[in-house]
Design a protein around this ligand. Structure first.
Ligand code: CMC
Length: 447
């Protein structure tokens, strides 16, 4: 038994052996490695924690984002998301996430200048992007291009050099809207639009997306502000799937471009950044208000999910969804109301009163209304996860920077519970029995 303070420890008895162990508790957690001492015999590997999807495993200590999922609270560096959405800008919030404090006027001006002066890409990046098929999904282009940036900035490998890290942070936040807009214009066959210095970060992105022949693109201020708020709301969300991907890949010591490409790839999935696109498909499929009750019933019967509802962490209304719903009405004032909004409102109304959703604590999440806003602004569905990625880049970088500096971190390397074959001897192909393979199931094609 270990000598630990009994007030801050966990006593467990292994009923297989009758032996008791005292395991220290620190910051409300036990160290999984402390379970390894629990063995049935000296050659036993020791007890493991089994946690698919990391439902109850803290992978790091972090000072960036706080979430209380039961109360519906989200704070970046201690600041409530509601206050940041109302009073801050995306670039200021990015500074906060990465540096830990809100900037004064002078620092914000320098930060903004530094980001602006990193918006251009090397012309070979454009050639690289031209290599994608004409109808390539912009998110696939983003994954590939962000990863390819590591080949343009070989200095990014110096991850222990603070100045180099800061430079890569500026480059990534500066270039991501340019690459995002180019991925869209590539898929449309439109010429690329270069970044402009006299527009805001968000206004410049809108210009690179939508500018056609006009000499000076002037973004609609309501839409520009709405998009800026959406980017703030997406800027970080502690150890979600894509951030965990960034940290897992980053833990190998690779450069941040490669680590963030992994984050983009994780965000591509329909259960993560692809959910807002799925919401629009769902609303279109429902088609009209009278079909909403039947759709809700089909979800309850296990035929698909109510996309944009439910969250691993929030067991209450997602605070971001509340802000987004308000922004949606502001945008629709400007663009005209989408008929899909009424279907969404009716879905929400019915679901919030229905025992199935109430008992499982399923509430609208960030994706329920965001897709409707993006659509009203003129973004095609394919671009929705790309917009999520632009917002999330500062969060990924803040988390990556924190990880690189965290002395306790090691290369990510989970354990497994092996359920496969015991050792068996290799059999030459001539003497192997014929395998019974379900040819249809495996799509085997006889040549
Ligand atoms: N519609 C219907 N039932 C649901 C839904 C939903 N959207 N989400 C969860 N459930 C049910 C699920 O079937 C299960 O029921 P039962 O206990 O009877 O088997 C129960 O609720 C718990 O679900 P879970 O899959 O164990 O929950 P999870 O924490 O693993 O999944 C989630 C979280 C977000 C993947 C899930 O709620 C979901 O698939 N939602 C729809 C997709 C979506 O909107 N994703 C965006 C998430 S927010 C943005 C982001 O962070 O990326």
């Amino acid at each position: 038994m270990q000598d630990t303070d009994s007030r801050n420890s966990l006593t467990v008895t292994d009923n297989r052996t009758g032996q008791s162990y005292e395991i220290p508790i620190d910051l409300g957690a036990i160290r999984s490695a402390d379970l390894r001492q629990i063995k049935v015999s000296p050659d036993d590997f020791g007890l493991l924690g089994y946690d698919p999807g990391y439902l109850n495993t803290a992978s790091c200590k972090s000072q960036i984002t706080y979430i209380d999922g039961d109360k519906g609270i989200l704070r970046y560096r201690g600041y409530p998301i509601e206050q940041l959405a109302e009073k801050s800008t995306f670039l200021e919030t990015a500074y906060l996430l990465i540096k830990g404090v809100l900037p004064d006027k002078e620092r914000l001006a320098v930060w903004t200048y530094n980001i602006r002066h990193n918006t251009l890409t090397h012309s070979n990046v454009i050639k690289f992007m031209d290599g994608f098929r004409y109808d390539a999904h912009p998110m696939g282009i983003l994954v590939g291009t962000v990863g390819a940036l590591s080949t343009f900035y070989a200095d990014a490998k110096n991850i222990t050099d603070e100045e180099s890290r800061k430079l890569q942070v500026r480059r990534l936040i500066g270039k991501i809207p340019t690459i995002a807009a180019m991925s869209y214009r590539h898929s449309m066959g439109f010429p690329y639009v270069l970044p402009e210095d006299d527009l805001s970060y968000t206004g410049n992105f809108l210009s690179m997306m939508f500018r056609m022949t006009e000499a000076h693109y002037k973004p609609n201020p309501v839409l520009e502000h709405a998009l800026d708020v959406l980017l703030i709301l997406h800027a970080d969300h502690e150890q979600n799937c894509s951030t965990s991907a960034v940290r897992a890949v980053g833990s190998s010591g690779v450069d941040p471009y490669s680590a963030l490409a992994a984050g983009c790839a994780a965000l591509y999935g329909p259960l993560h950044g692809g959910a807002n696109e799925a919401v629009i498909h769902m609303l279109k499929k429902i088609g009209s208000l009278d079909k909403v009750p039947a759709f809700i019933q089909s979800v309850k019967d296990g035929d698909g999910r109510l996309m944009g509802f439910g969250h691993r962490v929030y067991k209450n209304y997602d605070p971001r969804a509340k802000i987004i719903k308000k922004v949606a009405f502001e945008v629709f004032e400007e663009t005209g109301r989408s008929p899909l909004l009424d279907i969404a409102l009716e879905l929400e109304r019915i679901a919030l009163e229905d025992d199935y959703f109430v008992n499982r604590k399923l509430y609208p999440n960030v994706d329920f209304y965001s897709g409707l806003i993006y659509q009203a602004m003129g973004f095609p569905l394919d671009m929705f996860p790309v917009l999520f990625a632009i917002g999330r880049v500062p969060g990924w970088l803040a988390q990556w920077t924190e990880q690189v500096q965290d002395q306790e971190q090691k290369i990510a390397r989970p354990r497994q519970i092996y359920l496969g074959e015991e050792e068996r001897a290799y059999m030459p192909i001539e003497v192997r029995p014929k395998n019974r393979i379900d040819e249809q199931k495996f799509g085997i094609c006889r040549l």
